[in-house]
Design a protein around this ligand. Structure first.
Ligand SMILES: Nc1ncnc2c1ncn2[C@@H]1O[C@H](COP(=O)(O)OP(=O)(O)OP(=O)(O)O)[C@@H](O)[C@H]1O
Ligand SMILES: [Mg+2]
Length: 448
């Protein structure tokens, strides 16, 4: 997410006069802004490839370079950046052309420190507003994107989820760690008629039975040691909305009867307060544990389970929805390169095959982490297998025999994995049981 507000503002100065760069820099650094300078268009562009800037002061007359071309190029690399043209009095016409080409304002040289600072403050304010808006839009879009799946298994789950979202039925969401249970809970809330009311999450493993009771139902001042203030509790906060009990398998057994009663009767009492209260709360719960086994072992109440799982949604692991891997990877990549201002824009064929072939034990969360890391370390437009760090042949990462993929893709992914894990080509060839020359040819054929 954008952090520019906290950072004050990152400013790029582009001018071929060293004296101007120096004066401007002092003047702006004095205000706590982070400033970088470039004396040519090429230098500016190389800085933009590596760092994120919020604002640029650009002199259009840069030696023999055409300032308007430099401006256009900069806006391709950093479309979010606000560019203020700095111009001599005699060249105000070009400044007007520049504004047509996407600059936001111009300053006439010579300008006072106060004029420069004012211009910077004004543009950074605008940039921060835009960043906040973008973050909000991303957030909304992300919720909507959970809908996007090309996997039949996932589409079936989403279809059911959408159908039941608007009923008040309690829903139990099952699935391995990282499959998106939390995401789905949010989405269900946003599809329901409770969407405008609160969505309140309780993370069950983090609390003991006593603390959980107080967290859920609230307590009166003085009702136990340390209760210096009365609290309302999450149930009350969620009134009219949705309460999401995450990792419900870890909900304290001793407190389960009170939760059961609340779910059945919508009634509860705060600790140390005899008044019976009501709250209209829709319950969503999620776990990666097997609650039926836990019931059999006496670690989870059967009656509670049957209240929670009126509807059960089972999120498939990522390896069972291979159709989604690349689409998710591309979405994460777009998001991370934007946040970090990095050059990667896509995946090489080999990297795409490796992503599809990997088993993803950590599911979407792991995919997200792998793409975040790759987006940071990749210095070029295409992410290669070596940037993914998922090819080790001994790690159980390779595609399994019998996975739904072509022989060619399997071979490609396997070779990519072995290559990534081998110090030399000869050693990779030995591991694969083929000649080094054959490996060389295949590597070329597959573009590895
Ligand atoms: N369909 C999706 N689109 C985009 N991001 C997703 C999607 N599914 C999951 N994620 C992301 O993957 C990560 C894990 O998702 P989430 O926390 O919902 O999983 P979980 O099933 O609740 O995992 P755990 O059981 O470990 O709590 C989060 O960063 C989430 O934003
Ligand atoms: Mg979760």
């Amino acid at each position: 997410m954008e952090q520019s507000t906290d950072l004050g503002g990152r400013i790029l100065l582009v001018d071929d006069e060293a004296a101007i760069l120096r004066t401007f820099r002092y003047c702006l650094e004095d205000r706590g802004y982070t400033v970088a300078t470039a004396s040519s268009g090429a230098q500016a562009e190389s800085l933009l490839q590596r760092q994120v800037f919020d604002l640029c002061f650009l002199d259009l007359r840069l030696g023999d370079e055409n300032g308007l071309d430099v401006l256009a190029q900069m806006l391709v690399v950093a479309p979010w950046m606000r560019v203020v043209i700095v111009t001599a009095h005699s060249a105000v016409d070009t400044a007007v052309d520049a504004i047509q080409a996407g600059a936001v304002d111009y300053l006439v040289k010579p300008c006072s420190p106060e004029q420069l600072r004012l211009a910077a403050a004004k543009q950074l304010e605008a940039r921060h507003m835009a960043a906040r808006l973008e973050a909000l839009e991303d957030e909304v879009k992300k919720r909507r994107d959970v809908l996007n799946s090309n996997s039949p298994a996932m589409m079936a789950v989403l279809e059911t989820a959408r159908q039941v979202a608007d009923t008040d039925a309690n829903i139990l969401i099952l699935g391995e760690s990282g499959t998106g249970k939390g995401e789905l809970a949010h989405a269900i809330h946003s599809w329901s008629r409770r969407a405008k009311k609160a969505f309140v999450t309780i993370n069950c493993p983090s609390l003991s039975a006593d603390l959980m009771e107080s967290e859920l139902f609230g307590h009166n001042r003085g009702s136990f040691t340390g209760a210096t203030e009365s609290t309302l509790g999450r149930v009350s906060q969620a009134d009219g909305g949705t309460l999401f009990l995450d990792e419900i398998g870890d909900f304290p057994l001793a407190l389960q009867p009170k939760l059961l009663r609340f779910i059945q009767d919508k009634e509860y009492e705060r600790i140390g307060d005899p008044v019976t209260r009501r709250a209209d709360v829709r319950i969503l719960a999620a776990t990666n544990l097997n609650l039926e086994d836990m019931v059999r072992e006496g670690r989870f109440r059967e009656d509670l389970l049957y209240r929670l799982n009126v509807i059960t949604l089972h999120l498939p692991p990522l390896r069972e929805r291979p159709e989604d891997i690349l689409a998710l990877a591309e979405r994460f990549l777009a998001q991370f390169v934007k946040n970090y201002g990095r050059p990667a824009r896509g995946f090489s064929d080999a990297a795409a095959s490796a992503l599809k072939a990997y088993r993803w034990p950590g599911n979407v969360r792991e995919l997200r982490n792998v793409i975040e890391r790759a987006s940071i370390i990749c210095p070029q437009a295409l992410i290669e297998v070596s940037h993914l760090g998922i090819g080790e042949p001994t790690g159980g990462n390779l595609p399994r025999v019998g996975d739904a993929m072509s022989l060619e893709d399997l071979e490609k992914a396997h070779i990519a994995g072995v290559l990534a894990a081998s110090p030399t080509l000869e050693q990779a060839a030995r591991t694969l049981g083929i000649d080094a020359s054959t490996l060389y040819r295949k590597r070329k054929q597959y573009g590895l």
